[in-house]
Write a protein that binds this ligand. Structure first.
Ligand SMILES: [Zn+2]
Length: 146
């Protein structure tokens, strides 16, 4: 049986992605990466106990970007495994960003940045220039450009 430590309360649980039996916390997004770092897939028995004690003592967890990247690779979430958005989705996102609002793309970027880094980057670069173009145009017209 595998072991993991709840990143919120430090209680022990069976697997890193399970709901904590003590506090009910279920890791998601970036938290899933930290949860994996707090499992026996990554830490040995003693290190896991030390981590649990630190969490119970209220010490903040600050995994380095290198550690998070290691977790992403282990969980198959790194950019090289994220195929990115297919062309129809990219086109739809661009049209939505131009016609409606670039907030849709920014929301996608926000949600995906931990788990689908390539898709998140694509969503960001499709929506931000579109937003700048549209709002720049609106402001230019408002200022009497036309
Ligand atoms: Zn917990």
């Amino acid at each position: 049986m595998s072991r993991a430590v709840c990143l919120r309360c430090g209680a022990e649980k069976g697997a890193y992605d399970r709901i904590c039996p003590a506090c009910g916390h279920r890791p998601d997004g970036e938290g899933l990466l930290v949860a994996w770092l707090l499992s026996d897939d990554h830490l040995g028995g003693d290190a896991l106990d030390t981590a649990a004690e630190r969490i119970r003592g209220g010490m903040p967890l600050r995994p380095s970007e290198a550690m998070l990247q290691r977790a992403r690779r282990a969980l198959g979430l790194d950019a090289t495994r994220d195929p990115g958005l297919p062309w129809p989705q990219r086109a739809a996102l661009l049209v939505i960003s131009l016609v409606l609002t670039p907030l849709v793309g920014l929301t996608c970027w926000f949600w995906w940045r931990g788990t689908r880094p390539r898709s998140a980057t694509q969503a960001f670069w499709l929506s931000v220039p579109a937003g700048v173009l549209v709002w720049g145009g609106v402001i230019w017209i408002r200022l009497g450009g036309l």
